[in-house]
Design a protein around this ligand. Sequence first.
Ligand SMILES: NC(=O)C1=CN([C@@H]2O[C@H](COP(=O)(O)OP(=O)(O)OC[C@H]3O[C@@H](n4cnc5c(N)ncnc54)[C@H](O)[C@@H]3O)[C@@H](O)[C@H]2O)C=CC1
Ligand SMILES: O=C(O)[C@@H]1CCC=N1
Length: 264
Amino acid sequence: MKLGFIGCGNMASAMIGGIIRNEIFSADEIIASDAFAPSLESAKNKLGIHTTGSNKEVARKSEVIVLSVKPQYYETVIKEIADVVDEKRIIVTIAPGKTLEWIGNMFGKAVKVVRTMPNTPALVGEGITGVCQNVLVNDAELEYVCGILRGFGKAEVVPESLMDVVTSVSGSSPAYVFMFIEAMADAAVADGMPRDKAYKFAAQAVYGSAKMVMETGMHPGALKDMVCSPGGTTIEAVRVLEKEGFRSSVIEAMKACTNKARGL
Ligand SMILES: NC(=O)C1=CN([C@@H]2O[C@H](COP(=O)(O)OP(=O)(O)OC[C@H]3O[C@@H](n4cnc5c(N)ncnc54)[C@H](O)[C@@H]3O)[C@@H](O)[C@H]2O)C=CC1
Ligand SMILES: O=C(O)[C@@H]1CCC=N1
């Protein structure tokens, strides 16, 4: 197998879907294990990959092994697979807070580790993943893993010291963006717009605005100023957002998120 996933929940399924769609690997080259039989059933039916109840089987059969369980299960899973992971395999982690050093110590031997932080927009091929590696991973191996991660979006190599920041700015941030879309839609509904239309208008406005930042390369503040006509409607909304502490709320929320990742 080219690729194995230990734990096949939300994040693993999103990653696998993109990897197959973009023909990085075929379903036949991917295997996943999970402790919960319905998750495996769903992976087999929806993704067509190989499945097993044995984490060790995934570790034994896969060149690249993604540890896609919650952080609190990392220790148990690593201890379970450590004896079948040799120096040729590459371990990919996706859990917040679990450092390269901690992972290496848990294995208790020299193992190639690529630490990553993906996000759920992977499900629609628009994810972004922060990546760093330990000293045993060479440039070609890092590029190989990044090629897999690009199957479901962008991949950016960052110093490990920034990985907890990646967690708050992209790993977790889809949740706050969905809350923003929901709040905008609620306001539109309050002012008389049907809910299905409200989600469409709010989501497309967020999507288009993100695309403008990516494609124009302009400062977000300058793009904001382009919307604010003198004495117009937008600056009224901006005035109230500033009064209600919009930016400060986002900054404080993200600092809490980064700190939580640091403590995991
Ligand atoms: N959901 C998200 O937006 C993101 C999640 N992550 C990370 O991805 C990892 C997985 O998260 P999700 O997919 O959201 O969780 P999830 O709960 O949807 O999936 C985890 C899966 O692991 C299985 N599992 C639990 N213990 C196991 C064991 N001992 N052996 C085999 N399988 C076991 C569970 O049955 C479940 O299907 C976590 O470390 C999380 O922090 C990273 C970035 C974004
Ligand atoms: O909430 C969490 O802990 C995970 C990590 C990033 C997104 N979800």
